[in-house]
Design a protein around this ligand. Sequence first.
Ligand code: GAR
Length: 201
Amino acid sequence: MARRIGVLLSGRGSNFEALAESCAAGRIPGAEIAVVISNQDGAPGIVRAQARGIPARVLQSKGLQREVYDRQVAAVLQEYKVDLVCLAGYMRLLSRWFVAQFPQRILNIHPSLLPAFPGLEAQRQALEHGVKWTGCTVHFVDENLDAGPIVAQAAVAVRDDDTPDALTARILTEEHRIYTEAVRMVLDGRFNIAGRRVMTS
Ligand code: GAR
């Protein structure tokens, strides 16, 4: 497949920046971030994209039905001829319609070992549950929250003296690493999906 990536984000944008760095450094050969879209005005990730000279758009979602909004997002992604959509801290559920526009072409990163701790503040959920290991997951996106076939995971040990911030920082390092690996694998088409299982080919 061609190698134009569209990133959707709502906040800080460190995963976007890690992907942009990986493209620039040739760790995702021949790929580029074609456009960054945010549903949040003033998202730091948008400023980071602009600083890199990457086209960046804010699309306000307030008052719009989910699919109406998603059609606007899809129109921008199509304008930039995006082949793969990467969610990078995009805090909105996607409509069934949107998911159908990009079959096996939408990835998300989540800061837990899914299916444990979906939703908000996954690191805090892990600490409060008392797990000894947590981590991060890259998965294909469907219309459910933090669901869809798992492409890559990395485990991170929880320490007795961990705080949400300390744990978040160690998980984030792993997020940046496995998101690059997962994007490269998917863009290379080096996978098969059988049921929920994604296997490297
Ligand atoms: C990341 O930890 C990502 O895994 C999480 O939001 C953060 C965004 O950070 N995503 C989710 O929780 C999705 N359910 P970033 O803006 O610095 O990439």
